[in-house]
Design a protein. Structure first.
Length: 196
């Protein structure tokens, strides 16, 4: 703004007639109005999504492309790989006295406390392992070596069966058994990390 006023002062000092001063004042007013209109053409508080899946806050683009306002839009601006990110803040770095301790010092606990935590973690893992083993036993019993009993909804009125529904249920049972077995294996691996 100051630069524009300085430019206006320089222009008017060179002009001799009143009409040319009026013209310069009009030109200044028009340029200021254009600059403020350009600033008003963006709305940094609102984000719009356009039909071409682009996002903008430029109001002229919003009108031209028929973009829709996004409510509660949280916007993250990512820089390209070649650019260094701009740091927002005071720019001061924490002193050595205020700095947090390194990872090993902060994570250090008393051996007795760590032993209690390990025992508790082992107890929880053993409990979960027992639940998964009981679940596997029930699933294998219901699976019946790939020949589970037919459900009433899988039977037809004339004595036949709906093979598609039955086959789909058998496949789901097989997948559930495989998942439970994988859970048991993972729990056993975790238990090996905690001594008895």
């Amino acid at each position: 703004m100051r630069a524009i006023m300085t430019l206006f002062a320089q222009l008017t000092s060179r002009l001799t007639s009143r009409s040319s001063v009026r013209y310069a004042a009009f030109a200044l007013f028009a340029s200021l109005a254009g600059a403020s209109a350009a600033v008003a053409q963006t709305d940094p508080q609102r984000v719009y999504r356009c039909p071409d899946n682009s996002y903008t806050n430029d109001l002229s683009e919003v009108k031209a492309k028929n973009c829709k306002l996004i409510d509660n839009a949280n916007v993250s601006i990512l820089s390209s790989p070649g650019m260094t990110p701009k740091v927002i803040g005071s720019g001061s770095k924490p002193s050595a006295q205020n700095a947090e301790p390194s990872g090993n010092q902060a994570a250090r606990v008393a051996p007795s406390t760590q032993k209690e935590r390990d025992l508790e973690a082992r107890r929880i893992l053993e409990q979960e392992l027992q639940q998964q083993q009981a679940r596997l036993e029930q699933q294998l019993k219901a699976y019946n070596n790939g020949q589970p009993d037919y459900l009433p909804s899988e039977r037809l009125v004339g004595g036949g069966v709906k093979g598609g529904e039955y086959a789909q249920r058998v496949a789901q049972m097989k997948d559930q058994i495989a998942m439970t077995q994988a859970n048991i294996a993972a729990l056993q691996r975790e238990l090996q990390k905690y001594p008895q």
